[in-house]
Design a protein around this ligand. Structure first.
Ligand code: MSP
Length: 660
């Protein structure tokens, strides 16, 4: 539940029900998945601020073959697996301040029960029928494809390998509803946002003709069983999509709860661009078949991608919200992801760009304005200012920029252009900073006759901050609350935002806090790179196949006698350029001096080896390694974790001695 820190009551407007996609519980969500939750949260908070009676649902999608397989390789049951990941997802949503009203899990018993009822209802109606399926299955996408749908023999959605599959299965008659869906699109031009996505759906899927959809699986168990034929489980997308109604109390056999009656149809489903087809074709058609009204809008956002190379778990460079929050704090992370996303395109994130935005926008523009204004109000007026109404032309320009931002931000939010909305707010802070340079309060302060003018200037700055910070509140709530507290203000009521001059007197704190400290990129990046390296090393260690001593066949003494082993002493040693693992050793073996190239660079430094005596195979055929001819092989012991130890004579003995 949100704490009410708003000043005054805004009239309660109608309900607003919004949802995110429910995240797969296949692993910890990266910053890209987290972006969607933050985006939807900022919409929910903005709507609440406008006075809507908001209900915000998010959650987790927990069934399917991929999860069954992941659990198996982790050596736990699927339920144990999803419980852990769902907790992790919820923990991250909480960490970044996602103010959901309901967190649904598709393993919730009441959801599973409704999924079964929905399946029965559609079967009894004749929209679901039994048949058999032969096609190609993409496990990561949980999708079946026909031969002709494959692209270069791979999944058309994700480009990964597909497996041939034949199953007895239940099918849903998609084609029956195609015309009705097209009609709905035409009558509701606002249904799919951005509009470009609608054309994609019509041209790529509806016009070529919809195929019946396979809505059950029998090759794995981890799903909601079809209750009249339990060797089948319900197709994960039919299960998942229905969360939007089951979570608020839909009942396939009855009227549903009061909450359902109040909230449905949803005002918006916020989802990523990759799953628009499921939400704008399958989902509306399932609802038509159930005689349930369709959601008002589906907004498909772009993706937040990692800048500077592909994210890869094994490289340890996947960016997670909790790491980012631990370095920069929750609000800086929220601010970055919300502003990094142009509406119709993908956005980029890197550690460096986050630091850059914090320094250049949050610290330099917002933080700086707040701290300068507080410092001057304290210095010149003991912390209290009112409007003494000594107005100059420049004031009107400032007020106009501040007040007009309210409508601009609202309009952008209505179109889900969050980055643009925030940019309008930043324009106000920038304008106010410029106003300081234009009015030069430090010059006014030197002339006592200008005291009233100075008071007006500072009052205007405080009011500008009060309004713009209130507008920014839905996006970075904690910081805005902290900033307003420093002016002894609450978030201004939404319908009073355009009243510049609302406060008679504003008093500021004597002990201001820094909202966003400037970040030293060099220091932070050193620490981040260290974290990435450590993570990558730990992952490699985890994933390294355990080396077992291979049992070899028995040999006789003649076989062993073919190997010539001698003691050598290392007289020089250096790293082999272009290789991380190889060292070039000069080894004296009695009267002979040989070059030996050995893969022990990760275990030993060249300096350490010089002067050491060790055991070598001296009659191996010479071989070139990295262009250097190696004339021997050093004997080493290696344990199951890859730790090396070379073999050395127990007491000192001349080099060149044979080993038998
Ligand atoms: N479980 C399905 C959704 C079912 S909804 C009935 C699913 N899960 S997901 O975990 O793969 O993705 C959850 C959401 O995160 C989706 O909307 C997806 O588009 C979004 N994103 C996944 N990667 C993303 C980025 N890199 N950037 C932004 N959003 C991303 O799909």
């Amino acid at each position: 539940m949100m704490k009410n820190i708003f000043c005054g009551e805004t009239n309660v407007k109608e309900k607003y029900y919004l949802t995110t996609a429910i995240a797969y519980t296949s692993g910890k969500p990266h910053i890209g998945n987290t972006y969607e939750a933050i985006l939807a949260d900022s919409v929910a908070r903005f709507k609440r601020y406008q006075g809507y009676d908001v209900f915000f649902q998010t959650g987790t999608d927990e069934h399917g073959q991929k999860i069954e397989e992941k659990a198996k390789s982790a050596g736990v049951t699927p339920k144990e697996f999803v419980d852990k990941v769902a907790d992790e997802i919820k923990g991250i949503w909480d960490l970044v301040g996602v103010s959901y009203d309901k967190f649904i899990r598709t393993t919730d018993k009441d959801h599973e029960k409704q999924v079964q009822k929905i399946f029965n209802k559609l079967y009894e109606k004749g929209d679901i029928y039994k048949g058999s399926y032969e096609g190609w299955y993409c496990t990561p996408c949980e999708s079946f494809w026909t031969e002709s749908q494959l692209v270069d023999g791979k999944c058309p959605d994700c480009g990964r390998e597909v497996q041939k599959s034949k199953e007895e299965a239940y099918f849903f008659k998609m084609s029956k509803y195609a015309d009705r869906l097209l009609e709905y699109y035409n009558e509701h031009p606002e249904f799919i946002l951005p509009v470009s996505r609608k054309n994609e759906m019509v041209n790529n899927f509806l016009k070529p003709g919809l195929q019946d959809l396979c809505v059950s699986r029998s090759t794995f168990k981890w799903g909601v069983p079809v209750d009249f034929d339990p060797k089948h489980v319900v197709y994960v997308w039919l299960d998942a999509l229905t969360n939007y109604i089951t979570g608020i109390g839909y009942d396939a056999d009855g009227e549903g709860s009061d909450l359902y009656k109040k909230l449905w149809p949803a005002d918006v489903h916020i989802i990523g661009k990759d799953i628009i087809r499921f939400h704008t074709i399958y989902w509306p058609i399932f609802l038509m078949a159930l005689d349930v009204p369709l959601p008002k809008r589906v907004y498909g956002h772009g993706w937040l991608l990692q800048d500077g190379g592909k994210m890869s778990k094994s490289k340890g460079n996947v960016m997670y919200a909790d790491d980012l929050v631990s370095y920069f704090g929750k609000d800086a992370v929220r601010y970055y992801v919300l502003t990094a996303m142009p509406q119709d395109n993908d956005g980029l994130i890197s550690w460096e760009s986050v630091i850059d935005v914090i320094n250049s926008e949050l610290a330099n523009v917002f933080g700086n304005l707040v701290s300068r204004t507080i410092a001057m109000t304290n210095k010149y007026f003991g912390g209290k200012v009112s409007d003494s109404k000594v107005i100059e032309e420049v004031d009107n320009d400032l007020k106009q920029v501040v007040v007009s931002a309210v409508k601009k931000v609202t309009a952008k939010m209505d179109e889900f252009k969050i980055a643009d909305a925030i940019s309008e707010i930043l324009t106000v802070f920038r304008r106010a900073n410029k106003y300081i340079d234009e009015t030069m309060p430090w010059v006014l302060a030197k002339d006592e006759s200008k005291s009233d003018r100075l008071k007006t200037v500072l009052y205007n700055l405080c009011e500008s901050i009060a309004i713009a910070t209130s507008l920014l509140y839905p996006f970075i709530p904690d910081t805005c609350e902290k900033a307003l507290n420093m002016f002894n203000l609450n978030v201004r009521a939404f319908d009073k935002l355009e009243t510049f001059g609302l406060e008679d007197e504003i008093s500021v704190t004597q002990n201001p806090e820094i909202l966003f400290a400037r970040i030293d990129a060099k220091v932070v990046m050193e620490s981040v790179n260290k974290m990435i390296e450590e993570r990558s090393a730990a992952l490699k260690k985890q994933e390294a196949p355990v080396k077992e001593a291979v049992k070899k066949e028995q040999i006789n003494i003649e076989d062993f006698g073919k190997v010539e082993l001698k003691v050598g002493v290392v007289t020089a040693c250096e790293k082999v350029e272009k290789s991380k693992k190889l060292l070039k050793l000069t080894v004296k073996i009695g009267d002979e001096v040989r070059t030996v190239v050995s893969g022990i660079a990760l275990a030993y430094s060249p300096e350490y080896l010089v002067g050491k005596k060790l055991a070598l195979v001296t009659n191996l055929k010479p071989a070139k390694l990295c262009g250097i001819l190696s004339e021997g092989m050093i004997l080493c012991a290696e344990n199951s974790e890859g730790k090396l130890a070379f073999l050395t004579p127990e007491t000192d003995i001349e080099d060149g001695s044979g080993i038998f």
